[in-house]
Write a protein that binds this ligand. Structure first.
Ligand SMILES: Nc1ncnc2c1ncn2[C@@H]1O[C@H](COP(=O)(O)OP(=O)(O)OP(=O)(O)O)[C@@H](O)[C@H]1O
Ligand SMILES: [Mg+2]
Length: 346
C-alpha cells in the first residue's frame, strides 16, 4: 500500500528587493492507500506550489517528503531516481496546452512507454496503449486522431491516461476539471474514481471548488497563506468545519454539490488574503477572522487533534460541531468518516 508523508514543507520564493514570497510555510500531511487528499483554499494560498513539490517539479526549502518510507524530497537532496520520478505523475488544468498537437492519441499514450528507460517491445506497447484507450472510453479507430479533434473533456481523459501509462503510485491533479462544464466535470471525476480503484492510486487533488472536492475526496486539507488551517476526513472538514476559515470558505461556496442549484444568497468571503510577502503575525487568518482575540494576534496556533481532524485555531474547542439528535460524529476510519460522495460513479 502506498504511503505519502509530507513533513513541514516550506517554499519561499525570493523576489526583487531581498523580499520573499512565503508560498508554503510548514505543510504536513500523511496519506495511505488508494485515497484522495484534496487541497483547497483561495487563489494564491499555495496549492500549486504544494502540488509542484509533491510532483518533484520543485524542491522544498525545508521539510521532507517520503514515498513508501523513502525520502524523495528535502533541501539539497540529490537528483531523484527515474523510478521515483515515474511513480509520481501530474495532470494540469489545461487540456488545451498540455498535449502535443502533432501526436495522435495513440502516440501520446505510447510516448511514456517509448521513452521509458529499458524500453518495452512494440507489440506490448501497442497492447498497453489499446488497453488504456479502452479504460478511457476511446474506440480503437480514435487512436489515429489528433488532440484538436477531441473535446476538452476527452483531452483531459487523454492527459489522465498518459499520466497512468507507467502505473504511477501517486497522481497529482492541479485543478483538473476547472476548465470544463459541470456535466463533463462529473464524467471526469467518475473516471478518476474508477481509475483510482483499478490502479490503486493515491491522489492529491487540488481544487478551489468545494462541490468538486466533496465529490472525489476522502480527506481535505485547507490551506491559507501557505499554512494548514484544518485537515481531516472530507465529511468532517466540509460538513462540520471547526476552523473559522474553513467555515468561511464553505459559506462562500456557490454550491455544495456538483450540479446542485447554487445556494442563494451566498456570503462571499470578505476581503482578500494578506500578501504572502508580509504575512500577519500570530494566526495568519486573524485579520479576517470574526472570532479574533488577543492571543490570535501574537501566537501561532499549533495544529491539534479535535473531533477527528487537525485544526490550527486557538479557539476551535469553543465551538463543538453541531450533531443531529441521536447521531454522533464519525471518527476517521469509521463508515462515513472518509467516504467520498460517489453518486455519479457509474
Ligand atoms: N516562482 C514563483 N516566484 C515567485 N512567487 C511565486 C512563484 N510561484 C508562486 N508564487 C507565489 O506563491 C504564492 C502561492 O502561489 P500558488 O500558485 O501556489 O497558489 P495557488 O493556491 O495555486 O493559487 P491559484 O488558485 O490561483 O492557482 C502566490 O503568492 C504566488 O504569487
Ligand atoms: Mg494554482
Amino acid at each position: 500500500m502506498t504511503t505519502l508523508v509530507a513533513q513541514g514543507l516550506v517554499r519561499h520564493f525570493p523576489v526583487r528587493g531581498k523580499r520573499v514570497v512565503q508560498a508554503l510555510n510548514g505543510v504536513s500531511f500523511a496519506m495511505e492507500g488508494a485515497v484522495t487528499l484534496a487541497i483547497v483554499g483561495e487563489s494564491g494560498c499555495g496549492k500549486s506550489t504544494l502540488g509542484r513539490l509533491v510532483s518533484l517539479l520543485d524542491q522544498p526549502d525545508a521539510g521532507t517528503l517520503h514515498l513508501n518510507g523513502q525520502r524523495i524530497a528535502a533541501p539539497g537532496l540529490a537528483k531523484v531516481q527515474p523510478q521515483v520520478r515515474r511513480a509520481i505523475q501530474t495532470v494540469f488544468q489545461d487540456p488545451w496546452t498540455s498535449l502535443n498537437p502533432r501526436l495522435t492519441l495513440g502516440a501520446i499514450l505510447d510516448e511514456p512507454l517509448r521513452l521509458m528507460t529499458g524500453g518495452m517491445n512494440p507489440a506490448r506497447r501497442r497492447e498497453a496503449v489499446m488497453e488504456m484507450a479502452g479504460h478511457l472510453g476511446f474506440a480503437p479507430e480514435q487512436l489515429n486522431r489528433y488532440p484538436h479533434m477531441f473535446s476538452g473533456g476527452q483531452r483531459q481523459r487523454i492527459a489522465i491516461g498518459r499520466a497512468l501509462m507507467l502505473h504511477p503510485a501517486v497522481l497529482v491533479l492541479d485543478e483538473p476539471v476547472s476548465a470544463l462544464d459541470v456535466s463533463i466535470q462529473a464524467q471526469i471525476l467518475a473516471l478518476l474514481l474508477r481509475l483510482q480503484r483499478d490502479y490503486h492510486l493515491l491522489m492529491l487533488f487540488i481544487s478551489h471548488d468545494l462541490a468538486v472536492v466533496r465529490h472525489i475526496a476522502n480527506q481535505v486539507l485547507v490551506l491559507y497563506l501557505g499554512k494548514v488551517m484544518e485537515v481531516g476526513p472530507a465529511a468532517m472538514v466540509l460538513d462540520q468545519p471547526l476552523h473559522p476559515y474553513t467555515k468561511a470558505l464553505q459559506q462562500a461556496a456557490p454550491k455544495l454539490r456538483l450540479g446542485a442549484e447554487p445556494l442563494a444568497p451566498h456570503a462571499p468571503l470578505p476581503g482578500d488574503p494578506p500578501s504572502p510577502l508580509d504575512p500577519p503575525r500570530g494566526c495568519v487568518f486573524h485579520p479576517r477572522c470574526p472570532h479574533t482575540i488577543a492571543i490570535c494576534r501574537t501566537e501561532i496556533p499549533q495544529p491539534r487533534l479535535l473531533e477527528g481532524r487537525q485544526v490550527a485555531c486557538h479557539r476551535a474547542h469553543e465551538w463543538p460541531t453541531e450533531k443531529e439528535p441521536g447521531e454522533s460524529a464519525t471518527a476517521p476510519g469509521e463508515p462515513g468518516g472518509g467516504e467520498p460522495d460517489r453518486a455519479a460513479d457509474a
